[in-house]
Write a protein of this length. Structure first.
Length: 111
């Protein structure tokens, strides 16, 4: 899908957003007990993260990174195709713009 870098929290370190596809089926399956019963908890957690959709990684001081997707409210971008950090309203904070393939209204020409 896409990757974009930006300093979303203005702490001086570049953060990264990876857009991906949200999968409701993947979310149902990866949280079931019978899914990958022999996998380690770490592997199961990673597979669950892939199914949940996009990821925002906050730079914690020139790397390492912390996954802050859920608390920032940016994990479910649906079928995210492309993304970019851009200051849309010119307030000095980088906004996250995500293009996806979802129809947002009654007019299907909005894609």
């Amino acid at each position: 899908m896409a990757v974009t870098w930006g300093d979303y929290n203005r702490d001086g370190w570049m953060d990264v957003y990876i857009s991906n596809m949200f999968s409701s089926a993947g979310n149902r399956i990866t949280f079931q007990e019978q899914f990958k019963p022999n996998a380690s908890p770490e592997v199961r957690t990673r597979l669950q993260r892939f199914a949940r959709g996009s990821t925002l990684l906050k730079n914690l001081d020139n790397g390492p990174f912390e996954d802050v997707s859920e608390e920032a409210g940016v994990a479910r971008a649906r079928w995210a195709w492309g993304t970019s950090f851009i200051d849309i309203n010119n307030n000095g904070w980088e906004d996250l713009a995500v293009a996806n393939g979802n129809i947002t209204g009654d007019d299907p020409d909005d894609l």
